[in-house]
Design a protein around this ligand. Structure first.
Ligand code: KIV
Length: 273
């Protein structure tokens, strides 16, 4: 593991992230949705925890990110906030809470900040959510953008395949990244786009660009916690690196426990009062 120049930094802020980009240190980001996991990730030194609306999939079992509500996001975010000491916590604005109505967007972002104690919000889209971003920023709330594959638009896309392979969509993405920077976003997530395009976008803006399935030429990487820990078993996109196989490990442990209960091995003499 290569050492971080920011190891002694007590709190990761959006300014620290900008500095990291400026000196070329890669930024690590993971999703988390609960107190116990967030505590471990923060202790490990992760720079950003994203309370992603992927909670809709991995925590609640929905097929898409669309059903999760603002109240549910606030519940997850406040659990994460209670756990962390150092990292920056970014919370996704869920589907339907910011599109098409900038006043509603601001009210949603304020609820997240006030009720969870989070440090920033993330929302999907470029030019089409410009007024929502402007209004949220006007209240002093840091905003992260999200371009490329934007899962809240899955029914428009039709599939979860790589985005911006065609020049027209790539050009729109290039322009949107510039718009997000100009508006004052502190960073951008680029999801599932060609590595060369992601690298070009990261070079073209001076705010950190964090990739997921966007190759190595960006300023940092984000993955979903359940995927890197192998809790999700059947989701194996090319961009994913699994560090554990927790589905099988946990299943094995639970099978062991069931066996011990059935055989009366548990509890033994020392495991009782
Ligand atoms: O909700 C989420 O987990 C995300 C990441 C995939 C970036 O937005």
């Amino acid at each position: 593991m290569s050492a971080s120049k920011f190891i002694d930094t007590k709190r990761i802020t959006v300014h620290v992230l900008a500095e990291m980009k400026a000196v070329g240190e890669k930024i690590s980001m993971l999703t988390a949705y609960d107190y116990s996991m967030a505590r471990i990730f923060d202790a490990a030194g992760i720079e950003i925890i994203l309370v992603g609306d992927s909670a809709s999939n991995v925590m609640a079992g929905h097929e898409t990110t669309l059903p999760i509500t603002l109240d549910q996001m606030i519940y997850h975010a406040s659990s994460v906030i209670r756990a962390i000491k150092r990292c920056l916590v970014v919370v996704d604005l869920p589907f339907g809470t910011y599109q098409g109505d900038s006043r509603k967007a601001l009210a949603s972002a304020i609820r997240i900040m006030k009720e969870s104690g989070a440090h920033a919000v993330k929302l999907e889209g470029g030019a089409e959510v410009k007024t929502s971003i402007e209004r949220i920023l006007s209240a002093g709330i840091p905003v992260m953008g999200h371009l490329g594959l934007t899962p809240q638009s899955i029914y428009k896309f039709g599939t979860y395949t790589v985005r911006a392979k065609e020049e027209e969509e790539a050009n729109r993405l290039r322009k949107d990244a510039k718009i997000l920077q100009k508006l004052g976003c502190f960073g951008i997530v680029l999801e599932k786009i060609p590595a060369a395009l992601a690298g070009e976008v990261a070079q073209s803006v001076n705010i950190p660009v964090i990739g997921i399935g966007a190759g190595p030429l960006v300023d940092g990487q984000v993955l979903v916690m359940h995927d890197i820990l192998g809790i999700t078993k059947d989701f194996s996109p090319r961009f994913l690196r699994r560090y554990l196989n927790l589905f099988d490990e946990i299943k094995g442990a639970v099978e062991h426990y069931i066996g011990d209960v059935k055989s009366r091995d548990f509890p033994n003499e020392k495991e009782q009062y």
